[in-house]
Design a protein around this ligand. Structure first.
Ligand code: CAA
Length: 258
């Protein structure tokens, strides 16, 4: 599909999706959000794709929802249209692993899209924030919920109430990002991580993603039970036989997603 506000390409089993509204620091207007959802869904449906990377520009992953587009909306408009429900639901429904590669600003909806991904690799220039309070609103795509689970109540309150930005180092310390890399190496590192994932069994990767995500929804004992049941079910797969045989035979596993 041809897109207007994003660039999507497949490189060696990885779908690289680049948000591309440079004049607006990748502000998330409705076209971009629809195209992003369509691109991840295309990647999900493409048998050649085994992992997805979402990135922005050097200056901005995304500076938030498009304020120009929202400014004149009424309560009835946003409530009736269920603003931002669609993007949250559609990205959360993707079963293939998604990495966010963040350079520069990841603010408001930008930070929230990054948090919808499975993990975040940040450039040393990354700045995360939920500055919606400066606009007289609160976060609307998970910034009060996912951020709190990532960094805890105190830091999340600080970010949501003062609107201050968090740099890459602080974000790594706080557990928001998995690793920080030099800005110039961001795409290389994110693609290398994606390639590593692409070498695994996609079946197993989807199961691992599902199990980790359940930890947000379940009590510890229910979560451990869910994990154990999924772990047991992996023994019905050919990839479990192959993975363990390959280890014992001291060779690379050849996974077939079966
Ligand atoms: N929406 C629309 N346009 C935006 C935008 C946004 N979120 N962020 C930046 N832009 C536009 C600016 O209007 C400007 O366009 P013009 O040249 O046409 O005026 C262009 O991008 C460049 O921006 P700046 O000149 O402001 O660049 P800067 O380097 O001086 O500042 C910034 C960068 C600190 C990120 C600043 O642009 C900024 O504060 N942006 C808004 C951040 C924000 O409030 N995000 C939250 C949005 S609400 C939300 O996301 C709700 C939700 O939870 C889903």
């Amino acid at each position: 599909m041809a897109f207007e506000t994003i660039i999507a390409e497949v490189q060696d089993h990885v779908s690289l999706i680049k948000l591309n509204r440079p004049d607006a620091l990748n502000a998330l207007n409705s076209v971009l959000l629809q195209e992003l959802c369509a691109a991840v869904e295309e990647a999900e449906a493409n048998d050649k794709v085994r992992c997805i990377v979402i990135t922005g520009s050097e200056k901005a992953f995304a500076a938030g929802a498009d304020i120009k587009e929202m400014a004149e909306m009424s309560f009835v408009d946003v409530f009736t249209g269920n603003l931002f429900a669609d993007v949250n639901d559609r990205i959360s429904a993707i079963r293939k692993p998604i990495i966010a590669a963040v350079s520069g600003y990841a603010l408001g909806g930008g930070c929230e899209i990054a948090m919808m991904c499975d993990f975040i690799i940040a450039a040393d220039t990354a700045k995360f924030g939920q500055p919606e309070i400066n606009l007289g609103v609160i976060a609307g795509m998970g910034g009060s919920q996912r951020l709190t689970r990532f960094v805890g109540k105190s830091k999340s309150m600080d970010m949501n109430l003062t609107g201050r930005f968090m740099g890459a180092e602080e974000a790594e310390r706080a557990g928001l990002v998995s690793r920080v890399v030099p800005a110039k190496k961001l795409i290389e590192e994110a693609m290398a991580a994606a390639q590593k994932i692409a070498e695994k069994s996609l079946l197993t990767a989807a199961a691992a993603k599902e199990a980790v995500n359940r930890s947000y929804e379940l009590t510890l004992s229910e979560g451990i039970l869910f994990e154990r049941r999924v772990f047991h079910s992996m023994f019905a797969t050919e990839d479990q036989k192959e993975g363990m045989a390959a280890f014992l035979e001291k060779r690379e596993a050849q996974f077939r997603d079966k």
